[in-house]
Write a protein that binds this ligand. Structure first.
Ligand code: NAD
Length: 253
């Protein structure tokens, strides 16, 4: 018996098998869940190929979170595969190159970062809500936004907004029995991470600072935290941020 037996999950953000979302989908299926993935545009075919590496090949529906037509069509596209949802994983992040120069960034780049990396949690929740009539769990991924980092810049600001969006969703969806929580992961070598200039600056310090140690190539700890939050084992927890970072957030430097 698995902790997600009978659960129907929508999992966004599977791009490669290094994606955090890929590992969430894998662990979720092993724990008994039925999984539907999302992807968009040119990445669709890559996601479809990666979906075949899961224990059970998962269907992939089109969703660009910045495209209102996709958001409006989501319910119908998901219903082609499952009759409702018990959980949704938001594993989406993007900022244009210019957003990684804090003082130089222009509003267009910042606006794109905020739309895709912060506002999209609200967009996804609104789109998925009609499918979650029995309540459920929304889980997203953040990178500790309570601090200014040597790199990360407007993506850090976007994550601060994302963390706040999650708390407001917890407020507004609680009456429907829908929880909204985040996992704050330590640095992991994914495509999103590779696009962050200076990401290497985390690479030496994090494993050293983490009391539990930290493996930059192992998405398992963050994925398992997501799966736990998608299960029935956090029934009274919402608006929370669970750290899966080896313990770094709790240490002084
Ligand atoms: P990833 O590159 O594998 O995944 C990012 C995903 O975002 C991709 O699947 C991409 O298709 C999707 N995406 C981008 N724009 C989109 C759009 N408009 N519509 C729909 N999907 C879109 O990288 P990842 O590291 O697995 O990132 C997943 C989440 O984890 C992100 O929110 C990221 O910020 C967060 N996170 C990553 C790290 C890390 O170090 N890698 C640490 C903490 C949190």
């Amino acid at each position: 018996m698995g902790i997600l037996d009978g659960k129907r999950l929508l999992i966004t953000g599977v791009l490669t098998d290094a994606s955090i979302a890929f590992r969430v989908a894998e662990v979720a299926q092993r724990e008994g869940a039925t999984v539907v993935l999302t992807s968009f545009g040119r990445q669709m075919r890559i996601t479809q190929a990666i979906a075949r590496r899961l224990p059970e090949t998962a269907p992939v529906v089109e969703l660009d979170v910045s495209n209102q037509e996709d958001l409006d069509a989501l319910e119908g596209r998901v219903r082609e595969h499952v009759d409702g949802l018990d959980g949704v994983l938001h594993s989406i992040g993007f900022a244009p190159k210019g957003a990684f120069d804090f003082m130089g960034a222009g509003w267009d780049d910042v606006a794109t970062a905020l739309q895709i990396s912060s506002y999209s949690l609200k967009s996804l929740a609104v789109a998925a809500r009609p499918l979650m009539s029995g309540g459920g769990s929304i889980v997203g991924l953040t990178f500790d936004a309570s601090l200014a980092w040597p790199v990360y810049d407007w993506m850090g600001v976007a994550k601060a907004a994302f963390e706040s969006v999650s708390r407001y969703l917890a407020r507004d969806l609680g009456a429907d029995g829908i929880r909204c929580n985040l996992v704050s992961a330590g640095p992991l070598r994914t495509m999103a991470a590779k696009s962050i200039p200076g990401f290497e600056s985390f690479e030496n310090s994090w494993p050293e600072r983490a009391p539990l140690g930290w493996d930059l190539t192992d998405t398992g700890p963050a994925a398992r935290a997501c799966v736990a939050l998608l299960s029935d084992w956090f029934p009274a927890t919402t608006g929370e941020i669970v750290h899966a970072d080896g313990g770094v957030h709790a240490m002084g430097s």
